[in-house]
Structure formats: C-alpha cells, structure tokens
Design a protein around this ligand. Sequence first.
Ligand code: NAD
Length: 279
Amino acid sequence: MTQIIDGKLISQQIKDELKEKVTALKAEGKEICLAVIQVGNDPASTVYVGNKKKACEYIGIKSLAYEVPEETTEEELLGIIDKLNNDDSVHGILVQLPVPKHINEEKIINAISPSKDVDGFHPASVGALSIGQKGFVSCTPAGVIQLLKRSNIEISGKECVVIGRSNIVGKPMSMLLLRENGTVTICHSRTKDLKEVCKRADILVVAIGKPRMIDASYVKEGATVIDVGIHRDENNKLCGDVDYASVEPIAGAITPVPGGVGPMTIAMLMNNCVEAGLN
Ligand code: NAD
C-alpha cells in the first residue's frame, strides 16, 4: 500500500518540539525574536506573513512586524535591515518576497546578516550548504528532508532526481539530498528525456511549477514522490506539480497537495528562528 506522507502531522510535531525548546529558553530568560518586513500589500504576501506570525505566536517566538508602504525606497528598506542587523534582541530577519520592482531583491537578500538569515537565501548561507558548513538552509527543501527522515525513507545511496533548479527549491534540495548521501540528478527545462531520467529515481522531488505535469509515466513503481508544487486548478482546487490520481497507485510513498510539503516550510522557518536564537 502506498505510504501517504502526512506533512500536516509532521509539521505539527516539529512545531510542538520547538514550542518546548522555546518555553525552556524563556525559563532561562531568553526570548527569541523574528522580524518580518513586508513592503506593500500584495494579498498573497499578506497571507504568508499572517501565517508566519501565527506560527510564531503558537511556538512562543516574539514577532516584530514591519509593514511598510509600497513606495518605500531601497535605501529606506536597507536602513530597516541595518537597524535590525545591529539589534541584539532580534535573532531572525525575513523580508517577504517578492519586493516591489523598484527595489533590487538581490541587494536586499545580501544586506541581511548571515547570522540572522532565517530564509537561508544569503549567498553565505547558500555557500555554506554547498561546502558542508553550518548555516541556514532554505525552508522548503529543509522541510522535504524532514518529511523523508520522519517517514523512515532512506536517502543514503538512493537515486534521487530533482526536477527544478530554482535558487529557493531545486538547487538547495539537490545539495541537501547530496549531503544525505543520495546520488543526485538535477533536471530542468532543457533536460532531454525527462521521463527516462525521472524513471530512474527512487526519490523523485518535483518543483517544476506546472500543475499536474508529472504523471505515472515519469515514475518508477515503488518510488517516493515528493510534490513541492502548489497551484489552484480551473475549479479553484489546490493541486501540485504531480498528477496525484495517476501517480499515487504506483508510488511507494507520496506527499499530497495540500497537506504535504506546504505546511513544512513554516515549520522549518520556525526551526531556523530557534537555531538563530541559540547561536
Ligand atoms: P521556478 O519557476 O523558479 O522553477 C521551476 C523550475 O522547473 C525551473 O528550474 C525550470 O528549469 C524547471 N522546469 C520548468 N519547466 C520544466 C519542464 N518542462 N521540464 C523540466 N523542468 C522544468 O519555481 P520554484 O520557485 O522552484 O517553485 C516550484 C513549485 O513549487 C511551484 O509550483 C511553487 O509554487 C512551489 N513552491 C512551493 C513551496 C511550498 O512551500 N510548498 C515553496 C516554494 C515553491
């Protein structure tokens, strides 16, 4: 029978473990604090920021909200980041992306101190991951590793195929699977024979951004299939990059959408905040 990997349950376990740690730290007089900066009021960003605040509240992390207007200049935003970098009571800094077009995203990411980079997007964090040093790891791929480990799915020695090479999912995902001793192949829009490569996978991680593209014809029988995608279909129903109905019967294990990878991202962000507080 196919193992359905329950991201809702696993993310709840992680949040409960973190809540315990944070309570113990509070008893020692240490309060962990995350600063979240949102520029403008893009509705999707407002939902994401709201969910992050809720998770902080649940775990007992103090959250500082900087909701600044759309017209905020790059200099002003850099000024807020600089102030937070130098504030010892702030452990994590997160700028909700995307930022408005007049602000250079790369400059903003680079301005956050690597020791407070809880999103794991700073070049120093990415570099640390690639050479096996300590540093913050991008939350969604870190969540996938937790899903695999906590579902007792062995990574070491396995053929791992990642579809997608984005900086926030595909690339760090590949580095993490490599760190866990997987044999990793990265596929992208120029990959030839995508189906053939995917069919080699014991663990197939799909982060392609195309609704239900990966059907059973891409999947080896018994493979673990992790679906990072998230979309609304023509009936406003949530779906992933994987055609769940076709893949679930042949997979050994699979993540559903919703309730798979999605809830793990915030859980891992909270984990990074707690680590930032312990440093
Ligand atoms: P992206 O658009 O930046 O990257 C998509 C990648 O897929 C690219 O590297 C591209 O080369 C590859 N690709 C596109 N078409 C392809 C094709 N036909 N064949 C092979 N490769 C192809 O997307 P992203 O930011 O990495 O996100 C991927 C998906 O994950 C999206 O659906 C996004 O909404 C979702 N996502 C979910 C979470 C979460 O918390 N669950 C977090 C981030 C992203």
